[in-house]
Design a protein around this ligand. Structure first.
Ligand code: NMX
Ligand code: MLT
Length: 435
């Protein structure tokens, strides 16, 4: 299999590079930590390492060394498409090189051979009450698949440590292959009367999701799926879903346990659920004014939200200090495909108003939009209006990034994660000594 061969070929050099760095320079200080950071959600503390993506506060994400515009330009596209194949992105994340179309299709074909989901997994989900949140079902579906973990089986058989990454890659391919299928099953179970649709082997991974939820005839929606699944895949290692996945996997829990944990983090309103909250906020604006609001009306609505002690969803970021390039890429898609859509136009107006409001608030470090400020409005335009489902779509994509990271963490022998905690009294003592 091409991914395994490519990773295996790079591995000795990577292992040597890391070993040398730690052995020769392991005591060199990479950061200093203050009390505010310890109490403040560990913000900016350099304590994780990944070579798969990096978020520059002003430039945004680079997948390997490529920015979002570069990714969209350079990754291979199938004939007649404008947006690249997700299989090519997964190749890039895992291997670190832009694949050829043939290599991207090889990943897509791997997925096709692994996308079937055992019936018992569907039965677990069917047994849940109808009002269960789709993210709960998504996380449960991933966990139910754990029974087939190749890593867990090989570990129980006594596999040597140097081989850990190989079954981790197998598990990752098996899990990522099933993501559109699992998510579409949940969508159809909740919103389409339990209709069951099998994936179509003639379609790519992203387009298959569109097809399975009943949007197979909409070429533009299939393009949006490709874009969405590329943009949300990875955002370095410190975000909640990536970090939770990494933490759990560091105990040598397999991909299924780790990714289910990661998805539980993504389900939080300060993280992935913000896309659902954001669309809800936009629709609330339209409902309140019963027409398209003026700038002044929108500004007042924003202040009412803030004065009620709530956040403006889709704005702000823990690392970014400029508009998120993932937001900009979706904005460009919207301008091309739906410039006159009312909700999309509201997204544009929000962009003109909210940064000023959040700047006036005085405490927000980044007043600019993040990825979630727009994604729901694009889905809404194409008739995917069940917005409690949006975070599942984020999850389909995020599994690409977190599994790629897990494979490399295993390959480089990253240890169990176990930071040190202290008591408030100890910090007070530290503060007193500092004067
Ligand atoms: N609306 C209102 N207040 C905000 C916002 C916002 N959009 N963003 C930050 N703040 C507040 C924040 O709550 C904090 O207040 P306090 O000191 O009273 O606790 C203060 O500003 C300083 O926070 P920051 O340091 O700017 O942000 P932090 O790194 O702590 O949090 C987020 C980052 C993303 C959690 C925060 O900006 C937020 O809650 N945004 C809205 C939710 C959202 O869009 N989340 C999605 C993030 C992207 N994703 O997909 O995960
Ligand atoms: C993400 O994509 O994970 C979000 O932007 C949150 C983050 O990076 O902290």
């Amino acid at each position: 299999m091409i991914l395994k061969e490519k990773i295996a070929a790079q591995l000795p050099a990577w292992q040597e590079r890391v070993k040398k760095l730690v052995k020769e320079k392991g005591t060199v200080k990479a950061d200093e930590v203050d009390i505010g950071q310890i109490y403040g959600g560990m913000r900016d503390i350099k304590s994780l390492v990944t070579d798969i993506s990096y978020v520059d506060p002003n430039e945004g994400i680079r997948f390997r060394q490529f920015t979002i515009p570069e990714i969209l330009e350079k990754l291979p596209k199938a004939k007649g498409d404008n947006i690249p194949l997700a299989g090519g992105l997964y190749y890039l994340l895992l291997v670190g090189e832009i694949p050829t179309l043939e290599q991207a299709l090889a990943v897509e074909n791997e997925w096709k051979s692994r996308w079937d989901i055992p019936e018992y997994v569907f039965n677990v989900l069917k047994a849940m009450p109808a009002d269960t949140h789709p993210m709960t079902l998504f996380s449960q579906g991933i966990l139910a698949l754990q029974r087939d973990s190749v890593f867990a089986k090989r570990y129980a058989e006594g596999m040597p440590k140097v081989q850990y990454w190989e079954p981790t890659l197998e598990d990752s391919l098996n899990l990522t292959a099933k993501m559109p299928n699992l998510a579409a099953f949940i969508y159809n179970l909740k919103y389409r009367g339990g209709k069951f649709v099998k994936p179509d082997p003639n379609l790519d991974w992203s387009a298959n999701f569109a097809y399975m939820i009943g949007k197979g005839d909409d070429k533009d929606y299939k393009e949006l799926c490709r874009l969405y699944f590329i943009l949300h895949s990875d955002h370095e290692s410190g975000n909640v879903s990536a970090h939770a996945t990494h933490l759990v996997a560091s105990a040598l829990s397999d991909i299924y346990y780790a990714c289910s944990a990661g998805m539980n983090g993504l389900a939080g309103p300060l993280h992935g659920l913000a896309n659902q909250e954001c669309l809800g906020w936009l629709l609330e604006v339209l409902k309140q004014f019963k027409k398209f609001p003026s700038k002044e009306e929108l500004e007042k609505f924003a202040w009412d939200t803030l004065n009620a002690g709530k956040v403006i969803p889709g704005y702000g970021h823990a690392v970014l200090r400029k508009p998120d390039p993932r937001y900009i890429a979706q904005m460009e898609f919207g301008k091309k495909h739906m410039p006159d859509d009312e909700v999309f136009k509201l997204v544009v107006l929000v962009y003109e108003v909210i940064p000023g409001v959040l700047t006036q608030l005085g405490k927000v470090k980044n007043p600019w939009p993040n990825v979630d400020a727009i994604s729901g409005s694009l889905q809404y335009h194409y008739g995917v209006r069940e917005f409690d489902f949006y975070t599942v779509m984020f999850g389909i994509s995020r599994i690409l990034g977190v599994t790629a990271n897990a494979v490399w963490a295993r390959a480089l022998g990253q240890p169990i994660e176990r930071p040190k905690s202290v008591t408030t009294a100890m910090l007070e003592e530290t503060a007193a000594k500092a004067g």
